[in-house]
Design a protein around this ligand. Structure first.
Ligand code: PHE
Length: 553
């Protein structure tokens, strides 16, 4: 928008946009210049008072004008009141009909309706007509229709001449009152008839040439209200998706529980990290095309190796985490990342994983099938974030120590899309490494974690994951569905997995995962996942949904 931004002060009246607002400001200045007090409702009867207020605020913020706010009650005619003001009162109409007719039969159809009956009664009381046999005759040559006159006055002045009449007319439902806010404006301490030239930005040039000294800066308006998001051109602002809001809640909970966030920018991964390192057998149905998306270009990954960008993020994280700083002579994360890599042997790790699959190792008898390098190198859209956990845990073997990591990111599965499944979703995953951990400790941890997100009373069910033993599915009571539902999966990583990585024998690792979509759908009361993700999402819902607290109703 062209305007007052920048080095050159631009007079406000050449400022683009908001044309009518500016004109109104000028009109108010004109009026205040000519009259000591300007009652805005009377001077600008057809301008909405909120527009007036905006213009007055512009002037008042510069102290050019001052104003007071007045509330007053305005009298408005109801439909019936308006009809009387236009055509006369009921009694007047009866009298008029009688006068026209000379004698008006009591049975005349024009006297049959309710308002004519009322008018007839009033006309009797006022001695305008009387009964003569079975007809009505007039008693006056002319009458004055006070009701009509008073209503006409009220219509014109929005008030009664005698304020006591208001109650009576309101009761008869001929008028009602509306509260209106109006303003009375007058000259302020810095009165000027023209808007001064104002500068909105202090620039380097202004400082250099000294013009800031004399520049007339526009005062801040701390009372200005922001534009509502999503309201057409210019008003639209970004909005956090409900999934992102719930994700933030989980992140906070993880951080509060001493977790660090794993880097997850690896949507495409190799079969090695996604499956082999986790002992998903190479012929397992999960690896079928129906379940996993494969990447055809490039056709395959190189051998398992260090991922520099992941390593740098991990090295940055380790800064506060390292117990033995002397292990890392350099404080530069890139150097420290390389340092760590130097202590890892990816080839040996790969050989160990192959040995477990093919022949057995570390007390395991293995799957006993010929392990193929081609499967290892196939590129997949990761089907779980446990692929990342595997990478991070292997890296931990360079400096084994107790630690807690989490991640929340997208995973992909070649699934049939229905109300609760999409081909992609988000996994929340946590891993905890420590010496001599036990299954009871995992249960205690999960209870604490889920209590933090507002889910008490867990139930555990033995389950199977190729990479954990024992494994437990986590269940909880669902109020809305009135039944026990599965909310997560967990386990202790198999010794074959950790020993192959080179981690010490007594270092054990818990792992657990849940979807981000499920708690989000429950929190926002969404029953169809397509209302949350994809092209059918209602943007209005995304923009207006409130923040949530996982631990509150
Ligand atoms: N990856 C598991 C899942 O897909 C979650 C999990 C992670 C389970 C780590 C155990 C250990 O559900």
């Amino acid at each position: 928008m062209p305007g007052t931004r920048g080095a050159v002060p631009v007079p406000l009246h050449t400022n683009g946009g908001q044309r009518d607002q500016r004109d109104l400001t000028e009109e108010i200045l004109e009026a205040v210049d000519q009259h000591e007090h300007v009652p805005t409702a009377e001077v600008f009867p057809s301008t909405p008072q909120d527009k007036i207020k905006a213009a007055l605020d512009r002037l008042a913020s510069r102290q050019m004008v001052e104003y007071e706010t007045h509330d007053k009650e305005e009298v408005h005619l109801t439909e019936e009141g308006q009809a009387i003001a236009d055509e006369g009162s009921h009694e007047y109409k009866v009298w008029d009909a009688v006068r026209e007719a000379g004698r008006l039969s009591l049975k005349d159809p024009s006297l049959a309706n309710a308002s004519a009956k009322l008018g007839q009664g009033n006309a009797f009381k006022l001695k305008w007509i009387k009964k003569d046999g079975d007809a009505l005759v007039s008693l006056a040559d002319s009458v004055s229709d006070t009701t009509r006159e008073q209503l006409q006055y009220a219509q014109e002045h929005r008030a009664f001449q005698d304020p006591k009449l208001l109650k009576d007319y309101s009761k008869r439902k001929l008028v009602n009152t509306q509260k209106v806010i109006a303003y009375v404006a007058r000259k302020g301490p810095r009165w000027a008839k023209e808007m001064p030239v104002e500068v909105t930005d202090l620039t380097a040039e202004m400082i250099a040439d000294g013009s800031w000294n004399t520049a007339n800066f526009k005062p801040y308006n701390f009372k200005a209200k922001g534009t509502l998001g999503g309201e057409g051109v210019g008003g639209g602002t970004g909005a956090l998706h409900p999934l992102n809001k719930v994700r933030e809640e989980f992140r906070k909970i993880f951080f509060n529980m001493g977790f660090e966030e794993m880097p997850t920018a690896r949507f495409v991964d190799s079969g090695f990290w996604n499956f082999d390192a986790l002992y998903v057998p190479q012929q397992h149905p999960a690896r079928d095309l129906q379940d996993t998306f494969y990447v055809s270009d490039p056709p395959e990954a190189g051998p398992p190796s260090a991922d520099e960008s992941m390593d740098i993020v991990l090295a940055e994280m380790d800064v506060d985490d390292d117990q033995d700083e002397s292990d890392h002579p350099s404080s530069d994360p890139a150097t420290r990342a390389k340092d760590t890599t130097a202590r890892l042997d990816y080839q040996a790790y790969y050989d160990n994983v192959r040995a477990v699959h093919q022949d057995g190792k570390y007390g395991s008898i293995g799957y006993r099938y010929p392990y193929t390098d081609a499967e290892t190198r196939r590129l997949v859209l990761r089907t779980h974030t446990t692929a990342i956990s595997a990478y991070v845990l292997h890296r931990l073997s360079a400096n084994p120590r107790p630690c807690r990591y989490f991640s929340i990111d997208r995973v992909f599965r070649n699934e049939t899309v229905d109300a609760t499944h999409l081909a992609e979703f988000h996994q929340i995953e946590g891993v905890i490494a420590d010496y001599n951990l036990t299954l009871g400790g995992l249960q205690a941890f999960l209870k604490r974690f889920f209590r933090n997100i507002g889910v008490p009373d867990l139930k555990f069910k033995p389950a199977y994951n190729p990479y954990t033993e024992p494994s437990m599915e986590v269940f909880a009571w669902h109020e809305g569905l009135n039944k026990i539902v599965e909310i997560g999966n967990s386990g202790m990583f198999r010794p074959e997995m950790l020993l192959a990585m080179g981690l010490p024998e007594n270092l054990r690792v818990y792992g657990f995962g849940l979807s981000l979509e499920r708690p989000t759908m429950i929190k926002y009361g969404i029953s169809n996942i397509r209302e949350l993700l994809g092209h059918k999402v209602d943007l209005g819902f995304i923009e207006s949904n409130p923040a949530v607290r996982l631990d509150r109703e």
